[in-house]
Design a protein around this ligand. Structure first.
Ligand code: DC
Length: 225
């Protein structure tokens, strides 16, 4: 008999975490929670409301008045901010270049972590982010730390963008990804860090299917325990 477990997937920007986490959740019939989308949603709302994103206080009061909902759909996860579909706009360059600053604030993170733990209070869950194994779900039965070289991550993001009609030079993407890695790893509050008991998967030379198979294999072992 299999049972629902909690799977935490962490790793640097553009390592393919969301693509993989979503597919694993579908295969196991688990709930998928993209925590990066939640920080992106807050960043988007702050930018359109002219909120000072260097202020933890302004951001936390904004977050307290914001309803962020993640809804699975056939085309991926839909992100609603106060009832409005904001799935695409939270992936914009403007949000991407400001989200590390927003997510570095201590009280913003406390509120987000509370929300994320409540969302994970279900039988089977796959959650991806930067601090899931270390801070949000330290008791997760399976923790994966997914990495890939900066070159490979920039190339994947470039191909993804091209499909969406966006043409950003690879060198620019590489610089942005490296900068986000630096900001996310060096922040004081729960920085991007591998949990001690996480399994590292370097996906640089792996296909999506290979990564999925490896994680499902690990999950099945945990579900039998
Ligand atoms: O996974 P992503 O690129 O959508 O995440 C956007 C940003 O949100 C990322 O640069 C850092 C932040 N983030 C975080 O601090 N903690 C998480 N659990 C998830 C994302």
């Amino acid at each position: 008999m299999s049972k629902g477990i909690k799977i935490a997937i962490d790793g640097p920007a553009a390592a393919g975490k969301s693509t993989i986490a979503k597919r694993i959740a579908e295969k196991l019939d688990f709930t998928y929670i993209d925590t990066g989308a939640m920080y992106r949603a807050l960043t988007h709302k702050a930018l359109i409301n002219d909120i000072n994103i260097t202020s933890d206080h302004e951001l936390t009061s904004l977050l307290q008045q914001t309803d962020i909902r993640l809804q699975p759909s056939l085309n991926g996860q839909i992100v609603f901010i106060d009832g409005k579909d904001c799935t695409d706009v939270i992936r914009s360059q403007q949000v991407t270049s400001n989200v590390s600053e927003v997510s570095a604030h201590e009280n913003v993170r406390h509120l987000m972590v509370d929300k994320q733990r409540k969302l994970a209070d279900t039988t089977g869950v796959v959650m991806d982010g930067r601090d899931i194994g270390t801070a949000v779900l330290p008791d997760a039965e399976l923790k994966v730390f997914m990495t890939a070289s900066v070159e490979e991550r920039a190339l994947r993001r470039h191909q993804e963008d091209q499909k969406r009609g966006i043409h950003t030079p690879i060198e620019q993407l590489k610089a942005q990804i490296a900068e986000r890695d630096r900001a996310d790893s060096e922040r004081k509050v729960s920085p991007l860090k591998k949990a001690e008991d996480a399994i590292i998967i370097d996906t640089t030379s792996m296909t999506i299917e290979e990564v999925i198979d490896e994680i499902i294999g690990l999950a099945e072992m945990r579900m039998k325990r």
